[in-house]
Design a protein around this ligand. Sequence first.
Ligand code: 13P
Ligand code: SF4
Length: 370
Amino acid sequence: MTSPQSVQSVQLPLAEYLALPAQDLSARTAEAKRALGDRVMVLGHNYQRDEVIQHADFRGDSLLLAKLAAERSERSYVVFCGVHFMAETADILSRSNQTVILPDLAAGCSMADMAAIEQVDQCWESLGRVLPVEETVTPAVYVNSAAVLKAFCGEHGGITCTSSNARAVMEWAWARREKILFFPDEHLGRNTANKMGFPRDQMLVWDPYLPNGGHTAEAIRKARLLLWKGHCSVHQMFQPAHVEYFRKRYPGVRVIVHPECHEEVVNRADLVGSTEFIIRTVSQAPAGTAWAVGTELNLVNRLKRDQADKQIFFLSSTVCQCATMFRIDAPHLCWAMENLAEGHVVNHIVVPDDEKAWAKIALDRMMAVS
Ligand code: 13P
Ligand code: SF4
């Protein structure tokens, strides 16, 4: 075993891992992890597939994993089994001597891609033409976003949020300034505001492809919640008809969904919350209860298997899998871990220092209200 910091080794090629049998990949990943010992921490998001999540030291939702990255400063290497924005968040929150690795750099998030910094800058400028934007608007960005957008929020008195603390974050934001610009997920923003009893006529949807977001100056001045037109391609698959189907077919079924779902689904559900909330709620429910779950398929399939004393259904009739989370597979994880054990860091996630400083301010504000 060599030290990843001290040796310039030749990287083991990914191609050799792609054809390996599942059993070999699992055994070799476990062996590399054992060899790395306490120097490595493997974090796994709740949507990860079984073959990957089995190697995670910790699994959880975005907030929990971000907290772990911030707290476990003794681990030199964080292998993040999740998507790009999560690994960036881990890099921002971890210490400078820690290294964050994403086993496949193609593991992005289609929602995060719906807001580019140029569009957000343009939006801010447009708002600045109709009101004193710095004094009246708090930018609040869902962590499902690039680090540069978190930095934008840090720099402009704003904050980040996750699906578990969006309400507390909105309360924080409205206590400071009269309006919130919430991006990139319109649904999390709207669903959270709905639960707070926030008036509909004070919300508007900002379309980044239209001048002034598609609104008159008067409408912008009147609104107190500006929702960026963005969504999750996985959660938009759940429809009100799915809820109605399960209620009719299984009387007494409890419907639990993620707040990235459309409000018509959320409003029909019994419970709404983060991936961790969903897992905890269903796991703690009495045996014999029935649940229809509206979030990503890997999570639901694992719940079904782990909670065999309950009836658990996937809320949609079509397969809704997060294709980008799915990029992290056994070959990529084994490749990243064996390279690390051989002294080679692959797919190092590095947020530039200037972005990191502002992004950390926005994340720290969130941690303080969570
Ligand atoms: P959680 O923070 O609830 O795990 O959600 C992350 C996510 O990307 C859901 O699509
Ligand atoms: Fe992004 Fe949706 Fe995948 Fe979550 S489920 S990582 S929001 S694409």
